[in-house]
Design a protein around this ligand. Structure first.
Ligand SMILES: [Fe+2]
Length: 289
């Protein structure tokens, strides 16, 4: 039910504000920074060979450093001028619709705590290593950045009966997506970027790697706590944008069709977006201009 004093978008802003916190960067201990460095070093050694170029490039754009937990204000000062995205510190989980609305506004809800040194390999909930190291570098990629914003908007505007389809699309792309770069299989999903065990499994013969299609992804169930037996590979991030547009058209709730005024960038014409490296890809190369 809509409050008479606030518009729908004002109500959403109030809902999002209730989760906002400050990142008190000075409160991290030397041990906290040490946990970050241990995780960073372990993963980067592997990712330099196995991560999609867009991820590796993104870590440089946002200024990730190996020996300190990122200061989100400093990171956002580098990221926001590139793609409009910011990592916003939050307390706790946002319920799905509020999470989607935050993505629609190019604000990525980010945990600011870090796992204890005694639990480096398994954490039941995301921490800043997963949320920032795993997710944020791709927000510097212009096509992925537009896809994620469009995902949030489409998921927020969809009827509740379609939440499962959006959850599966998110899982098999943002969290566990694979990227075929020419003949090599690379990882870009945050769950694979931030977890060594999940990444090794994904690249091994134990995981079936299928070509990404929207239809196959939304038909594929998944289990959160298991190693993934099936994952999907794209060859360009333009495929993700096209998929979310298709899902948006199929799922938009009637009452939202006329109500949303634009907070998204205009949809680019992917056929005209070219890489600066001279390869023939459109929409997905890390060198995209
Ligand atoms: Fe995640």
């Amino acid at each position: 039910m809509q409050c008479h004093q606030h518009s729908h978008s004002e109500q959403i802003e109030l809902g999002l504000e209730a989760f906002n916190i400050r990142q008190d960067w000075s409160s991290y201990s030397a041990e906290d920074h040490g946990v970050w460095q241990t995780l960073y070093d372990r993963r980067m050694q592997h990712l330099e060979k196995h991560a999609a170029g867009a991820f590796l490039e993104g870590t440089k754009v946002i200024g990730l450093q190996r020996d300190r937990i990122p200061n989100l204000d400093e990171m956002n000062a580098r990221l926001e001028p590139k793609t409009g995205w910011r990592a916003v510190p939050v307390k706790g989980f946002l319920e799905p619709k509020l999470f989607f609305e935050s993505l629609a506004r190019r604000r990525f809800p980010t945990t600011v705590t870090i796992r204890p040194a005694t639990s480096l390999d398994y954490i039941p909930e995301p921490d800043i290593f997963h949320d920032v190291f795993g997710h944020v570098p791709l927000h510097a990629h212009p096509v992925f950045a537009d896809f994620l914003q469009r995902f949030g908007q489409a998921a927020a505007d969809a009827g509740d009966e379609h939440t499962e389809a959006f959850t599966r699309l998110f899982w098999f792309t943002v969290e566990f997506g694979l990227f075929r770069e020419r003949t090599e299989m690379k990882v870009y999903g945050s769950g694979l970027i931030s977890s060594h065990g999940d990444c090794l499994n994904a690249l091994s013969d134990k995981c079936v790697k299928r070509r990404f299609t929207l239809r196959d992804v939304i038909a594929q169930p998944f289990a959160i706590d298991d190693l993934q037996p099936v994952l999907f590979a794209v060859e360009s991030f333009g495929e993700l944008f096209a998929a979310v547009e298709e899902l948006a058209r199929a799922t938009r709730a009637p009452e939202r069709r006329a109500s949303r005024h634009s907070v998204q960038a205009a949809e680019p014409d992917w056929s005209t977006v070219r890489c600066k490296c001279g390869c023939s890809q459109t929409g997905g190369c890390a060198n995209l201009v």
